[in-house]
Design a protein around this ligand. Structure first.
Ligand code: MN
Length: 509
């Protein structure tokens, strides 16, 4: 890809002035990288141009696209941040600075012998960079995607390192930002380098399976389509095939038996409104027998990254097991593009809005961690200018980052307790918390969590919030939720108590 093609791709979305800035950035970057080559032998400039093109395809604002073109200049050439700030404005300079710092955080990690524990620290560093401006991570993801797709030119050890880091740091990051499509692209590419034999085996396996089931599935799809149209529902039905990497992960859970995987191919039904989603679910359940334990309402309870959809798995009269995913167009768009969707060029705002938190008002609740980190980062920045050597995890030593068993990341104050985590995940889950497992070991309610812990909440439907828990939460969020649950159960107790008294009186009569 060259400058002309990039500008052509950008033309429909940006105005003349924005395009001229972009052109200027390409010229600046071309000159800066003039004698550099990629491992593939191509001129280096092809890389930043591709990154920038990816950002255009994600619908990012012009400052991000320009920063994409410039993202390697400060780290790899003589260009300085001051120059960039002068030519392209302080907002672009700040984005480039952020991307450079994320790279520094990465090279710290590369020096470490012991890979995993450091990765978690690094993840926190990346999160802090997000705190400055979440667009930094989005640019970084576009950068990583291109590096992964040109990995074949690097020596094998580098391929493995890069692929592992992608799976351990960048795909969870994309997931955390709700960028489902990018996460999948990163995982497929990285996995194909990490374990090419398994990758190809699964690829062939999926192909074989699909050949068998596609025709049967086509029949069901037509049947469902007719039933929904009869109810005047305007729907679009598509097949979605499980990605190779997610199949690989799932197989590990079911001892490698592919027959235990019901969602190798799922039917995705996209509708207009949230109400339609539930109507479709009702109609499906009247047509086929649902597997009760596999009905999931991610609309009422979105996943922590904001993903929304209804999932159900049904058994057809021919004993075929089919998973359906039902969602609105908006949910679908968010599920694929995630946070990037909030920076769409259609709703362009000034960069100031992004860094001063105003932009995130439209983000789903699950993204509130971004707001929090941005606030902290902004506060630090205003107090004293943070130079690159102060950009250190130690500044944030009062925060810890913990993970759910699925790898979702939550941030908590230092010394937070398991119930704080549970209330952060969901108050309905916290309500039924029975015990906790941290890094697979039973963990008492009063023992503080540590950075990098993986926490599993063991629930029991009969378990209820207790007054004693008030000593076992430390965050305001958890305390508020707990108190309101205690009040609620108090009212319920009063009502059942009153009912019992009335009943007893009746019995006496
Ligand atoms: Mn790069």
């Amino acid at each position: 890809m060259n400058k002309g093609e990039l500008i052509d791709h950008a033309r429909p979305y940006y105005d003349e002035y924005q395009l001229s800035r972009l052109e200027q950035a390409v010229d600046f970057s071309t000159l800066a990288h003039i004698n550099q080559k990629r491992a593939s032998g191509e001129p280096y400039i092809t890389h930043p141009i591709t990154v920038s093109d990816t950002l255009i395809s994600w619908g990012m604002d012009i400052d991000s696209v320009i920063a994409g073109v410039l993202h390697d200049t400060v780290e790899d050439t003589n260009a300085s941040l001051e120059q960039i700030s002068e030519k392209f404005g302080p907002d672009v300079a700040q984005l480039v600075d952020g991307v450079t710092k994320v790279s520094q955080a990465r090279s710290d990690m590369k020096d470490m012998q012991d890979y995993l524990p450091k990765t978690k620290d690094n993840l926190s560093k990346l999160l802090i960079a997000v705190g400055q401006d979440v667009r930094v991570i989005i640019i970084k993801l576009a950068d990583r995607l291109h590096n992964l797709s040109t990995l074949q030119y690097l020596p094998i050890e580098k391929q493995i390192k890069n692929a592992r880091e992608s799976l351990e740091v960048f795909s969870p990051m994309a997931d955390r930002l709700g960028m489902g499509h990018v996460r999948m692209q990163i995982e497929e590419l990285a996995f194909s380098y990490l374990d090419p034999i398994e990758f190809n085996r699964l690829k062939i396996l999926i192909k074989k399976r699909l050949g068998k089931s596609t025709r049967k599935l086509g029949k069901i799809r037509a049947e469902v389509d007719i039933a929904l149209k009869e109810q005047k529902l305007n729907v679009e039905i598509n097949g979605r095939v499980k990605s190779i990497y997610s199949l690989h992960k799932k197989l590990a859970k079911v001892n490698g038996n592919i027959d235990d995987i019901y969602d190798l191919m799922a039917l995705r039904i996209v509708v207009e409104t949230k109400e339609d989603c539930y109507r479709v679910l009702g109609i499906l359940h009247s047509l086929y027998k649902p597997m009760i334990s596999r009905i999931k309402d991610y609309i009422a309870t979105p996943k922590p990254n904001g993903y929304q959809s209804l999932h159900t798995t049904v058994i057809t009269p021919n004993e075929q097991i089919v998973e359906f995913q039902i969602r609105t167009k908006k949910m679908h768009e968010y599920g694929e593009r995630g946070l990037a969707a909030s920076f769409h060029y259609h709703e362009q705002k000034s960069s100031k809005n992004y860094t001063e938190k105003k932009n995130v008002s439209s983000l789903p609740d699950s993204m509130s961690w971004i707001t929090q980190l941005q606030e902290v980062a902004l506060k630090l920045k205003n107090e004293e200018s943070i130079t690159s050597d102060q950009f250190n995890i130690d500044i944030f030593k009062d925060r810890i980052f913990v993970h759910s068993p699925k790898g979702d990341i939550y941030d908590l104050p230092e010394n937070a307790l398991p119930l704080d985590f549970a209330y952060l995940v969901h108050s309905d889950i916290a309500k039924h918390a029975y015990s906790f497992k941290v890094n697979s070991r039973i963990h008492p309610f009063d023992k503080p969590l540590k950075n990098g812990d993986i926490i599993e909440i063991v629930t029991n439907k009969l378990s209820r919030p207790k007054y004693a828990w008030r000593q076992l939460v430390t965050t305001t969020h958890a305390r508020n939720r707990l108190n309101s649950q205690l009040r609620q159960s108090n009212v319920v107790d009063l009502i059942t108590g009153a009912a019992n008294i009335i009943r007893r009186k009746k019995v006496k009569k």
